[in-house]
Design a binder for this molecule. Structure first.
Ligand SMILES: Cc1ncc(C[n+]2csc(CCOP(=O)(O)OP(=O)(O)O)c2C)c(N)n1
Ligand SMILES: [Mg+2]
Length: 460
């Protein structure tokens, strides 16, 4: 993303709002460019797009307000940043390291391949499935690459703190984990607890030995995800296909397993969030873009199935709540077809509720499903695990249906889950943004939270 930002006038003797924006921006990890020269303006613009494209981080182009009004001096033709990004082709693996990986693969009884965003970007999906077929591996993804293998009977979904019950069980048995284009974050490995017995190999353009304070892997193959995986399949081919982890019974168990089977009593007038998400999964078309909030309820919607990772938008890097509506508005503006759903917590949505006006003013169609527990659920569940008073984190269920209508949007409070189907039909048949306010129980605690107690507190 490139942000075009004003700066205080460079030629003003004094300016009330003068301040140095660069430190504020760089503190977030974004790149700042002080575009203070009209003669070098094209260079500044090109640098912004180059950094955004090549380094994959936001760039902010700060142009003083008085400079913005000046005509550009006769500049030569603009050369776009895309013509400067090095074109290197796919990185092939080092033969020695590939040999070591294949040796491990040949000896593994319980291999699992985890695909990350590097695999999405390199288009490695089919290659990974082929390797998994050859060595009898199960398939998993990081959270951002969620959905890549949902069609595959040996896919066990997301790896990490958000894994399903059966995925955790299978990871615990695994003797070989291969991360393909996945940096193996603290979340993906659940702080190192997810696959304690596995030998870990990483295929990545930029292998990392240390990530988030932990050893990432035991073997590193520097390669593009697709090139590395294809080479491994090719080398392995001489040995013939292996059953590995796979059996018909296991595929059946995976197909039938619910993400979490813990029982909770549900107060009248509220729903089990797991049932809500199952119904949303049924009524929301698979080709829609989906934006996911970051509260406690995010665990539940992670297990919706059959949507491509490219259509799943989640922002966990800093874990701030409140920003999902901004992301969803960006996606809705980019798609411009109304096929975008934001599934969000009530506390987070309220933080920027004024953005409903932005939706209205720009005529954007966005469907917002609020999983409304009347609280900062993540805090409530943590406090309860600690045996502390939760009342400071509970604020009551806001009437988001009325709030939406107040902004000139559509809004409905869901009294029966069977309503969702007709609500979906009605949303589809018109052109306004809409909120579905779904009261959920605050008693259904995600497995991630339940494990906090065992892990000790202060760590996620
Ligand atoms: C800006 C910001 N403030 C506070 C937090 C701490 N925090 C994390 S989750 C959460 C609760 C979110 O509530 P809600 O959006 O209703 O989702 P729920 O947890 O109830 O599903 C809070 C306060 C945070 N991560 N970011
Ligand atoms: Mg909440």
């Amino acid at each position: 993303m490139v942000v075009f930002a004003g700066e205080s006038p460079i030629n003003a003797r004094w300016y009330n709002q003068a301040f140095d924006q660069a430190p504020l921006v760089t503190a977030t990890g974004a790149h700042y460019i002080r575009a203070h020269s009209t003669a070098r303006m094209y260079d500044s613009v090109r640098e912004a797009f180059y950094v955004a494209r090549h380094e994959r981080r936001p760039a902010v182009l700060g142009v003083p307000y008085d400079l913005q009004k000046l005509p550009l001096p006769g500049l030569s033709e603009y050369v776009s940043s895309s013509s400067l990004v090095p074109e290197t082709g796919r990185t092939p693996p080092n033969p020695d390291m590939l040999g070591r990986l294949v040796e491990r693969l040949a000896g593994a009884q319980r291999p699992i391949i985890i695909a990350g965003r590097g695999a999405v970007r390199s288009g490695a999906q089919a290659a990974i499935e082929e390797l998994a077929d050859a060595c009898g591996a199960l398939l998993s993804t990081t959270l951002p690459a969620r959905g890549m293998f949902d069609h595959n009977p040996y896919s066990i979904g997301v790896a990490g703190g958000f894994s399903t019950e059966i995925a955790r069980e299978l990871f615990a048995e695994s003797d070989l984990v291969i991360a393909a284009g996945a940096s193996l974050t603290y979340y993906t490995t659940d702080g190192g607890a997810l696959f304690p017995k596995a030998f870990v190999a990483q295929i990545d353009e930029r292998p990392r030995g240390l990530k988030d304070g932990m050893r990432t892997a035991d073997l590193f193959v520097r390669a593009d995800a697709k090139a590395g995986i294809e080479a491994a399949t090719w080398e392995l081919a001489s040995g013939g296909a292996k059953a590995g982890f796979r059996s018909v019974e296991l595929a059946q168990r995976i197909a039938l397993a619910a993400p979490d089977t813990a029982q909770f009593s549900i107060a009248p007038g509220t729903f089990d969030p797991r049932h809500v998400v199952a119904e949303l999964d049924r009524v929301i078309p698979k080709d829609w873009e989906m934006v996911s909030g970051s509260g406690h309820s995010a665990y539940f919607q992670t297990h919706m199935r059959g949507r491509r990772p490219e259509q799943f938008h989640v922002m966990r890097e800093f874990g701030a709540i409140g920003n999902s509506i901004s992301i969803a508005i960006g996606v809705a503006a980019a798609e411009n077809n109304g096929k975008v759903v934001l599934i969000e917590g009530d506390g987070s949505l309220i933080m920027h509720i004024q953005e409903l006006e932005t939706l209205k003013r720009h005529g954007l169609r966005l469907l917002i499903c609020v999983l409304n527990d009347g609280a900062y659920g993540a805090e409530v569940h943590k406090l309860r695990q600690d045996g502390l008073d939760d009342s400071g984190a509970i604020f009551g269920r806001a009437d988001f249906g009325s709030i939406a209508r107040g902004f000139g949007l559509r809004g409905a409070t869901v009294a029966e889950l069977s309503q969702l189907q007709s609500l979906m039909r009605d949303y589809d048949a018109q052109r306004n943004a809409e909120i579905w306010n779904v009261p959920i129980s605050d008693l259904v605690t995600s497995p991630t939270m339940r494990r906090l107690k065992a892990k000790g507190h202060g760590v996620m």
